[in-house]
Design a protein around this ligand. Sequence first.
Ligand SMILES: *Cc1c(COP(=O)(O)O)cnc(C)c1O
Length: 370
Amino acid sequence: MEVNTLYRNSYPVLDINLDKISANARIINEICQKNGITVSGVIKGAGGNLKIAEQMVNAGCKHIASSRIEQLMDVKKHYPTFETMLLRLPMSSEVEEVVKYVDISLNSELDTIKALNKACSKLGKRHRVVLMLDLGDLREGFINPKELIEAAIYIENSMKSIELAGVGSNLGCYGSVKPTIKNLTLLANTAKEIEKIIDRKLEIVSGGATTSLPLLINGELPNGINNLRIGEGILINMDLPLLWNINIDGTHQDCFVFTAQIIEIKEKPSHPIGELFVDAFGYAPVYEDKGIRKRALLAAGAQDFAMYDKLIPMDACIKMVGSSSDHLIIDITDCTKEYKLGDLISFKVFYGPMVFLSNSKYVRKRIVKE
Ligand SMILES: *Cc1c(COP(=O)(O)O)cnc(C)c1O
């Protein structure tokens, strides 16, 4: 079934395998549930695809999460019973939309939470917040746990329409900091301190994203953490096996497959000819001279997938050469298969290209089953 058609059978195409995503979601939910951890299924990497949100909830995800409120508005309109979680700190310009369409938002600014409280009063709503602790990755969150605890107490005691749902942290996004026993223990301890003061359990102690799964799988996730927000690990599960060396039985890495068509095949030198300056994006790359090579030109480019080096050819003989805005160049010299003009070349994708491909209006999305 086609979600949006540019024209009939247009290329490039992104095949989305719902059954494989569903299998990944079930396996990860099972691992988490065994350890007393709820999963918030993150849909932003897939452009907020509603069918994927549905698979995630069917597989046991407690919330549907995204950094983009537009995607959560869409979820809430189609599935009013799904609990939504906003991952990016709310903008002051969107507080009314947040309390209307979002059940839980991640926060680090008391002024924003006050604005949410006000919007709740105006609209007769209630809203839950998770306070973010910055454990060193230096994106969002209170850097000082004491300040976070003070904010938590203030919300608990003084805000009418805002419920303190819990605390959370994010790692490995800006600062590439690894989740560890040490940094996540600080989060768990902060949660315990708040629980002691307010004399009740917190609903959510959210210990990160896909990158926290290795700790959980190795039995090292600190006690007290009871939620993870998982996107990549469910959607493509490429990083765990290929970067973290963690293979989870039964998971699929080809839930998203990108396919583009060959528009030229020629033998060419591998080093550009003439005086070199800069490429289409102003960079001055270094080109290795491998002599004359057989190259295929594909009709898809950086504006579709952003990073050609994060596409993995399904046919292992293919080497990635480079891309410009609208073209992808591959080396097919070592292939035994005789590729022809018009042939289709398919790739597995890492997270980067998945985000861009999912959001490109030039890429046809095709839901496949298998
Ligand atoms: C994107 C995001 C996630 C999910 O990250 P994955 O690596 O896809 O699992 C979790 N939390 C926050 C705050 C995010 O922005």
